[in-house]
Design a binder for this molecule. Sequence first.
Ligand code: NAI
Length: 325
Amino acid sequence: KVYHDSDADLSIIQNKRVTFVGFGNQGSAQAQNLRDSGVKNITIGNRDDDYKPKAEAAGFTVKSISEAVKDAEVIFLLIPDEVQHEVWKEQIKENVADNATLVVASGYAYAFDLLELPANMSVVMAAPRMIGPGVRDRYVAKEPYPCFVSVEKDPSDNALPVVLSIARAIGATLGGAVESSCREEAGIDLFAEQALWPAINTCFREAFNTLKAAGFSDEAILHDMYLSKEPAEVFDRAATVGFFRQLKFHSPTSQFGQLRGTKNNDGTALRAKFEKVLHEDILSGEFAKFWSGAFTSGSSDLEQLWKESEDEPISQAEKRIGLHD
Ligand code: NAI
């Protein structure tokens, strides 16, 4: 189901006391969009970091997170997913009104049960498929952008009009907001990050290694693979004319090679790997548990993984040709 401006009553959110926890990519964009949509009572809850003066400079009232959520009727939780459970537990949980509405912009924390919620709290999702500056720029230019919306927890039986009002106020119903769910949004997002893109990244890594082993030059391989920005062109066309149909812009030799090569690739092992990652790691909640724990204890492997990626032959080749140091 797709919701449009005509499905939403803007006055619902205009008359609420709204708090944004976080004034980063999404928080700054959505708070400004809401204000320009006539929502008068907006408070920003932010810790004492570089984002706080930005919120003040933009003309908002800024309080500590625990103070800002106190009498809010609607709370946008717009801080990074991996810190939400901790901030919720330590600064928000004890201070929120029991019947407030929580708005998330990603399904992660709710889908994997990372927030301890008061019994009467409603939970909705308004998740732009768009970076924060895009959410703001498109609102100002009156241009549409894609967004998922959902009602997750609705003890008052009144959350749908609220989330539609919010979606309209941030500019998300202009082009149609798509009904989804936290589980679906987080599942697809994490799947792309942990299965689809790793598979694509592995293809590029091994393509480089294969061509390099054949004695081809770094410059030639990297230019052909992506420095030309051809992959960006391909995905751009895929989004407008279709995933396979964009091949019509390639030469007949390329079309034949790609269609035959794809058809002949046995995807069974990849599919089995994808199923495992989706069900055993992601939808089971195992990844969320691991990642939240890693953040709380400060022991994520991210830095080590970055270091290893720098040692890959493909990264070394980029260095040799002067792409980076
Ligand atoms: P961000 O990284 O821009 O968030 C910065 C904000 O979080 C600042 O206000 C900062 O003070 C606060 N913050 C960071 N760490 C904190 C901590 N430990 N304690 C208290 N406050 C802390 O986050 P972003 O990108 O705006 O993401 C917010 C939500 O929006 C997430 O749920 C994300 O998944 C979702 N989202 C993000 C999109 C994007 O393109 N960035 C797109 C759609 C959804």
